[in-house]
Design a protein. Sequence first.
Length: 257
Amino acid sequence: MVGVAKSMVGVITNHRESTEENKFPPLPNPPYHVGIIMDGNGRWAQERGKSRLEGHHAGTENLRRILEASVEFGVKMLTIYAFSTENWKRAPLEVRGLMQILENVIDRELQELHKNGVRLRHLGKLERLNPGIRKKVIHAVDLTKDNDRLILNVAFNYGGRDEIVQAVKHLMLDQVSPEEITEELLSRYMYTGTSPDPDLIIRTSGEFRTSNFLIWQAAYAEYYITPTYWPDFGKEEYYKALYEFSKRERRYGGRNE
Ligand code: FPP
């Protein structure tokens, strides 16, 4: 298969060449938590006469660049939307291919990610995944649980509404009384638990939709939407998105006088 032969994170370094320093000066206020809707793999492939799966492989390659850049630019948590609960409706070949990508990424990249201090977490339901993949995901999450250089949340078989439903079910199973329910408590029942909400959500390929991604957590997130297809969303544009974010005034519904 095409794809993840090189290491996913290479050798992550915080040291930068001076030319790089000029090109990407340190950001005064980088977002702590960035979410990415990696859209446009299919159209990227179609425009090149390639298959949709080749588009997803190119998207996986791009993930490598964005992981490295996240460490370099000071992002501490990255949440990627890799497979939604709605993606099961796609052609079986494409669904199988996306499952295979997840498995290959774990098989080939886990040790390197671990060595580079990346903590992997899974957001979503494990139930519908095949037992082999499920086991690998659980192992990857467990192996990397003490790493803190970069937290990579992989939303796989994830849906925001589904997440809220499972949170409510668990609240009920825990027999929490209505008076005890607060926004903070409900947040803790989401897959993201006590993690900070996303500060910035990036969506590639020009669609203006949330597509069921972190709909609870993104209440006050800033959005950056670009027409660029995900496989072409490189380090320069990532920096631009983070730079734009760092200039925005966040008011959380209040007013800054
Ligand atoms: C949306 O593009 C993209 C996806 C549904 C899959 C994204 C997955 C990857 C980039 C692979 C990385 C995965 C892991 C597990 C690390 P689209 O197919 O909807 O594009 P289109 O709208 O142009 O058709």
